[in-house]
Design a protein around this ligand. Structure first.
Ligand SMILES: NC(=O)c1ccc[n+]([C@@H]2O[C@H](COP(=O)([O-])OP(=O)(O)OC[C@H]3O[C@@H](n4cnc5c(N)ncnc54)[C@H](OP(=O)(O)O)[C@@H]3O)[C@@H](O)[C@H]2O)c1
Length: 278
């Protein structure tokens, strides 16, 4: 079997068109504030992309490039100013923050209805309670990519590798909401292959280049690769793509899979945040 490639780039275009149309129909433009602290090269690329895409869609994007040495208190004050701004509907604090700043404290200071990343305790708690408000875009991306294959999620065995609060846990909760039987593996899991071989749906979100090998994958499985790893051979995912695609039924490439869908759904979250302001 050779897997069908799930084209995240193409799928994301449809979502972006839809967001653009909705913005054009609105009489108020959504406002997004992106806060970037320091000069982390990867973060600069991500922020640049979010800024470019949001401007293309007609979102008012305000970018705040702050000095690496900014104090935690000053950063919290800046976020609070953005929380008060009426024309800002969504706030993204780009992670990671410099070591002297407590990431969690800053992320949690974003007002829940402006938290378009879905990282605050209120939004995470809502997800646990099946009362979704703003859901992390990467987790939404995984679900949309699975659905795009036409496969019903209900009743399937889904295995996620990775338990971060940004990806693994929210994907797990969304899969449960879709009535999958979901399992999370992590760095302390013994014999990961025992779990993954049983997976009709396998989501790799561990940040380990090519961790998922061909012999770990069930024939015909849907494989979603969240990983973005910079290696000597360029950017690779958490899945050994070239070999795994010989056994999987569907697979996402890296790049061109989860990445573009994450950006598109982040921008969709801004529309949802705008609705929450009404
Ligand atoms: N495409 C996108 O838009 C997008 C968005 C976000 C993240 N990413 C990428 O997705 C990957 C994961 O990101 P993240 O923020 O979730 O990472 P993270 O916070 O570092 O979490 C990684 C998770 O993987 C687990 N893990 C690490 N090594 C493992 C191993 N050898 N076997 C099994 N599990 C292992 C860790 O287990 P423990 O909990 O036990 O430590 C942890 O739960 C990264 O490559 C990141 O760049 C992509």
């Amino acid at each position: 079997m050779v897997a069908k490639i799930i084209d995240g780039k193409e799928l994301s275009k449809k979502i972006l068109e839809d967001v653009k149309k909705k913005i054009q129909q609105n009489n108020q433009k959504p406002g997004l504030a992106i806060v970037l602290v320091g000069n982390n090269p990867a973060s600069e690329i991500y922020v640049g992309l979010k800024e470019k895409k949001s401007k293309e869609l007609g979102i008012n994007c305000e970018r705040y490039d702050l000095d690496e040495l900014i104090s935690e208190e000053e950063l919290l004050n800046r976020v609070d100013e953005l929380n008060q701004k009426k024309d800002i509907h969504g706030i993204v604090v780009q992670l990671p923050l410099p070591q002297h700043i407590n990431d969690e404290l800053v992320v949690n200071s974003v007002l829940p209805h402006k938290d378009v990343d879905g990282f605050t305790p209120v939004n995470q708690g809502n997800l646990v309670n099946d009362n979704n408000m703003l859901v992390p875009a990467t987790a939404r991306a995984c679900i949309e990519l699975i659905k795009s294959t036409g496969t019903e999620i209900k009743g399937k065995n889904a295995v996620i590798i990775g338990r971060s609060k940004i990806v693994g846990k929210p994907v797990f909760l969304l899969l449960l909401q879709e009535n999958a039987t979901a399992t999370i593996c992590h760095s302390k899991t013994k014999n990961i292959a025992k779990h993954t071989k049983n997976a009709d749906i396998l989501i790799a979100a561990c940040g380990v280049p090519k961790l998922v090998k061909k012999d770990m994958v069930k024939e015909g499985a849907i494989v979603i690769d969240v990983g973005i790893n910079r290696t000597d051979e360029g950017i690779v995912g958490d899945v050994d793509y070239e070999n795994v695609k010989e056994v999987a039924g569907h697979i996402t490439p890296v790049p061109g899979g989860v990445g573009p869908m994450t950006i598109a759904l982040l921008l969709d979250n801004i529309l949802q945040a705008m609705e929450l302001h009404k």
